[in-house]
Design a protein around this ligand. Structure first.
Ligand code: SF4
Length: 73
């Protein structure tokens, strides 16, 4: 059976192409270091739109945190 690189499908994987890491390398938010392909991982979580939204809220906050509803454009 062919091994599947879990990292590229994982919510914890940040490829950071600007650092020119190569196709198969990326930063792992769980392990807090650059990682190569993992075919088994206890921290793996499938990247879904819902999980991405939660992750983005954790990283960047929601618009409510900035009082955007009070802003006038
Ligand atoms: S949590 Fe595991 S599968 Fe996910 S990016 Fe890190 S090393 Fe890869």
């Amino acid at each position: 059976m062919e091994k599947v690189n879990l990292c590229t499908k994982c919510i914890n994987w940040d490829h950071r192409p600007e650092g020119n890491p190569g196709e198969r390398m990326g930063y792992c938010l769980s392990r807090k270091r650059m990682v190569g392909p993992h075919y088994e991982c206890e921290f793996y979580q499938l990247k879904t739109p819902e999980r991405m939204a939660v992750m983005n809220r954790k990283l960047y906050g929601s618009t409510d945190d900035y009082g955007a509803e009070d802003m006038e454009f």
